[in-house]
Design a protein around this ligand. Structure first.
Ligand SMILES: Cc1ncc(COP(=O)(O)O)c(C=O)c1O
Length: 422
């Protein structure tokens, strides 16, 4: 079998134990992708895609008089209206892919896939690799909830190998709290050859803990695992570029790194997720996706966000948030006498996780108190954090996103007040 659209020179060669044609579902390998109008021509008098030749009908502010029932169009929408909105978007968005390849130091756009958020990439990976009812994914709780939700939607099984939950060896690394228990993962894979995808999250959500590259490499090289290791790096820019598994993409065709513009780039609303992987897997994802998954407004904003000046500005904001994270952590320790525990996890993302302890001062995490504080913070104080006490190894924990300096001040004072009261 061949992978449609993949030049023979790009068939994966390493690692030797990986055969992509055994990982991808036969129905996907056999697929003749939908050939959309924009695959063939995108210039000239375009009468090939049944678009509306007269364009959209949203009045611009110059042609529309504001009335009470129809207030004037928001000025910031004007530039969006000047895009070719009556045309279908590009099916490939190569300029965005080229900028991402350059930014992340990978060979070229053929290593990049764009999805409607990482959430689409997660779903697509399951659909192309894991047969419903028969095959499985492996996750390492506590982790991002969408892997399990998506598995359930696609009717694929879930094998759970929890992260190391004890705090006896510090945080993260190869053996500390929230590290991946490599030997246990390998045992699970040995016991169940139907596992096709291993999802790792680095830095983890909600743990904030990086997965060391040595751990990723160890799973990529494990000959008994014939599937794909997926490393979700939604928060990687808050951790430093040397921590990214992207550096392994050229070497290992059985690796898929997911990133997103939702976090460091501050563009959660446009829904742009990214998969960085060997061209063979990228070609499979391209063959399977909906033809026009990325909209023109999203593509236009993404391209701007990836310009050199915007990337510099993104890095400045990340540096500010990382500094604020340090200040927030320091101020949270001042709440210890009120029954707030030391932050758990690696603190390598744009959030921190702190356990609420029993009021008695015995140092034990207290889910009921944490939940009460979470609810009152949101409903009485207007400060919304996330309760994570139900996750393994996260008893009593609140996950707090690093906000602006003012937001962090408000959070700290309201949390302090509630810890006194509850
Ligand atoms: C680990 C992780 N992956 C992926 C996502 C979703 O990313 P996107 O907005 O690109 O769908 C999130 C969002 O919170 C996340 O925490």
């Amino acid at each position: 079998m061949t992978i449609l659209g993949l030049p023979p020179s790009l068939y994966p060669k390493s690692p030797a134990h990986f055969d992509i044609e055994k990982v991808i579902r036969p129905n996907i390998l056999a697929l003749h992708p939908y050939r959309c109008a924009r695959d063939d021509y995108s210039e000239g008098i375009l009468l090939d895609a049944n678009e509306n030749a007269l364009g959209h009908s949203i009045p611009s502010s110059s042609t529309q008089k504001a009335t009470q029932s129809e207030p004037e169009l928001a000025p910031e929408l004007q530039s969006t209206l000047s895009l070719d909105l009556h045309r279908y978007p590009s099916p490939t968005h190569d300029p965005i892919k080229s900028r991402l390849a350059e930014l992340r130091g990978i060979p070229g756009p053929e290593f990049v896939f764009l999805g409607v958020g990482s959430d689409e990439v997660i779903d697509l990976l399951m659909r192309v690799c894991v047969a419903p009812e028969r095959e499985k994914i492996l996750i390492t709780p506590p982790t991002y909830g969408m892997y399990a939700v998506c598995a359930q939607v696609n009717d694929v099984g879930i094998v759970k190998v929890p992260l190391e939950l004890s705090g006896n060896n510090g945080e993260g690394g190869e053996h500390g709290r929230f590290s991946v228990r490599i030997e246990e993962v390998k045992k699970a894979v040995d016991a169940d050859p139907t596992i096709k995808l291993i999802f790792l999250c680095s830095p983890g959500n909600p743990t904030g803990t990086l997965v060391p590259l040595s751990t990723v490499r160890s799973l990529l090289e494990y000959e008994n695992f014939k599937g794909i290791v997926v490393v979700d790096e939604a928060y990687i820019d808050f951790a430093g570029s040397e921590a990214s598994a992207v550096s392994l993409v050229k070497e290992y065709a059985n690796l898929c790194v997911m990133q997103t513009l939702s976090k460091s780039f501050g563009l959660a609303a446009i829904r742009l997720g990214i998969a960085l992987a060997h061209p063979a897997l990228i070609q499979i994802l391209m063959n399977t996706k909906a033809p026009y998954n990325i909209s023109t407004p999203t593509a236009s904003l993404a391209l701007s966000a990836l310009s050199p000046s915007a990337v510099d500005a993104m890095r400045d904001k990340v540096a500010t948030l990382v500094a604020s994270r340090g200040q927030l952590l320091a101020k949270l320790t001042e709440l210890a006498p009120l029954g707030l525990g030391a932050a758990v996890g690696g603190n390598d993302a744009n959030f921190v996780m702190v356990p609420v302890l029993e009021k008695s001062g015995n140092g034990r995490p207290d889910n009921a108190r944490a939940q009460a504080i979470y609810k009152r913070l949101a409903e009485e104080e207007g400060v919304v954090v996330r309760y994570r006490g139900g996750e393994p190894g996260c008893a009593g924990c609140l996950r707090i996103t690093v906000g602006s300096a003012e937001e962090n001040e408000v959070l700290l004072s309201r949390l302090g007040e509630l810890l006194r009261k509850v």
